[in-house]
Design a protein around this ligand. Structure first.
Ligand code: 13P
Ligand code: SF4
Length: 357
């Protein structure tokens, strides 16, 4: 059955030619990655997809990614998400009521002006919220650059939804422990570091969202890999808890991890703390160069895992149906015009900061 599905997918792709592209996030199943036109981390995908002229963008990832593509697409382009139930739990951990309330509280507490910065892993309305208040989106590959941009201009930052990316980035930037505060979901402000008794003036206020996939990685997994493979280099995604990031040798977005391992010398050994499909594909790609890759633990993102050959084929058939003027399902991702404009401002702000425009 899957060979027949692959054939059908390839046939439809060929018929559309350049008018249809399939971007896929690194965490997608290997058979989906093999059929995609662009593979990358959240930043790379957002930038590359924003530059395509294709009429149809069949996004293999989770909802916030397809929404991001729809925000940056032009009016005539159609973004389809093969599985509309592929949501990111972290993106569900904040909404506009909570963001408005949190922002008002922090603006009252902080002596410095506060600007909201949203991690890419959030819905379009949260990106629009940042656009409305002069903030920006960031991803795991550029959080440091985006924070620096605002710190240099005298702002403190309300960073959401991922506390760990915020805390790990603050650590990588050598901020003082007292410069980081967490805003809990009951809106109480608490220190992040044990024993920190400083006041609530901080440079970064993190919301307490998290990724259920990455939060499960532990320092024990790192210790056990180090014991088995002396000299191993441990790299983890910055969505892990700070103790895990501190125990690792380095952190990076999926694309940064990919590039580092692909470019590593023969004989090197890696332990990787991120989603399993990605780690296994990377291990297979470098095996014949004598590079060895071990996962810290077998963690799959069950939402990324929902897209399969069947749902990709159905999305391509839907593109054909739209083309024939007979759309039959709700796979098209749309973002209301008022959200779109403000969300685009926050996404383009990130791109301008990162690309130095
Ligand atoms: P990046 O690919 O941008 O590192 O993000 C990882 C992730 O969790 C996406 O959902
Ligand atoms: Fe969301 Fe985590 Fe899955 Fe990424 S890996 S989509 S952050 S749940």
């Amino acid at each position: 059955m899957s060979d027949a599905q692959i054939e059908q997918i390839l046939r439809i792709k060929e018929a559309f030619g350049d008018r249809l592209i399939i971007p896929a996030h690194h965490y997608q199943k290997p058979e989906i990655v093999a059929l995609s036109d662009i593979i990358g981390d959240s930043y790379r995908l957002a930038v590359d997809v924003s530059r395509t002229d294709a009429d149809y963008i069949v996004f293999c990832g989770v909802k916030f990614m397809a929404e991001g593509a729809a925000v940056l697409a032009n009016e005539d382009q159609k973004v389809l998400l093969p599985r509309t139930d592929a949501i990111c739990p972290m993106a569900e951990m904040i909404d506009s009521d909570r963001a408005e309330k949190a922002f008002a509280i922090l603006s009252a507490v902080s002596d410095r002006p506060v600007v909201p910065i949203v991690y890419m892993n959030a819905h379009a309305d949260m990106k629009a919220f940042c656009g409305k208040y002069g903030g920006s989106v960031c991803t795991s590959s550029n959080a440091q650059k985006v924070l620096t941009h605002y710190f240099d201009r005298g702002y403190s930052v309300f960073f959401f939804p991922d506390q760990h990316l915020g805390i790990n980035t603050a650590k990588a930037m050598d901020l003082d422990e007292g410069d980081v505060r967490r805003l809990r979901r009951d809106y109480s402000l608490v220190p992040v570091y044990e024993g920190d008794t400083s006041d609530d003036q901080a440079l970064i206020y993190v919301w307490d969202g998290f990724c259920p996939v990455h939060q499960e990685f532990g320092t024990d997994q790192i210790e056990s890999l180090r014991a088995s493979y002396p000299g191993i280099h441990i790299v983890v995604h910055p969505e892990v808890e700070k103790a895990v990031a501190e125990a690792a040798d380095s952190t990076g977005s999926t694309q940064q991890i990919y590039n580092r391992v692909i470019e590593s010398p023969a004989g090197s050994v890696w332990g990787i703390g991120t989603e399993l499909h990605f780690v296994q594909r990377l291990a297979a790609e470098v095996a014949d160069r004598g590079v060895t890759v071990y996962p810290l633990a077998d963690r799959i993102c069950k939402n990324m895992d929902k897209t399969d050959l069947g749902s990709l084929l159905a999305a391509l058939q839907e593109a054909q149906a739209i083309e024939a003027g007979k759309p039959s399902s709700d796979l098209i991702v749309t973002v209301p015009a008022e959200v779109r404009e403000l969300a685009a401002a926050a996404l383009n702000k990130m791109i301008a900061i990162v690309e130095g425009a």
